[in-house]
Design a protein. Structure first.
Length: 136
């Protein structure tokens, strides 16, 4: 059984929702759980995962990946997701060789412009059924 990864994302962002849909289609082993960043479940998970710096992390308007005891944000989260995609997308995992201090400003630029870049702020994913984390 694969270890489950938790992806916390902005569900009000059209680009973020498209990215989640993209990942779902390529998550053949269904190892991801998708949870909206502003939900109670996300707050509970983050309080456990980053107990010492919860307020700092929750204030970030960013993608967060929790992989066991490790928490990734911004470009590191994206690279962690790419690492687990099937097919040729793994090629982009080589971006990990670029230092994070160079990757994160690009990520931050996209985050600042994402609402303007998406055609609609909220997309309907009615035909997609994201897997949510159980509170067990």
């Amino acid at each position: 059984m694969n270890k489950e990864l938790i992806i916390l994302y902005d569900d009000m962002c059209g680009i973020c929702r498209k990215c989640i849909s993209f990942i779902q289609k390529r998550d053949l082993n269904t190892c991801y759980a998708y949870i909206p960043l502003k939900s109670k479940e996300a707050r509970d998970i983050l309080q456990k995962a980053v107990s010492g710096c919860y307020e700092e992390v929750i204030s970030l308007d960013t993608l967060i990946v929790i992989d066991g005891s490790r928490t990734y944000i911004k470009s590191a989260a994206v690279i962690n997701i790419i690492r687990n995609l099937k097919g040729l997308w793994k090629f982009f995992y080589s971006a990990r060789l670029i230092p994070q201090f160079l990757r994160d400003p690009i990520y931050d630029f996209i985050v600042r412009k994402r609402y303007k870049m998406s055609r609609s702020p909220v997309l309907c994913l009615s035909n997609q059924k994201p897997k949510f984390m159980n509170n067990s």
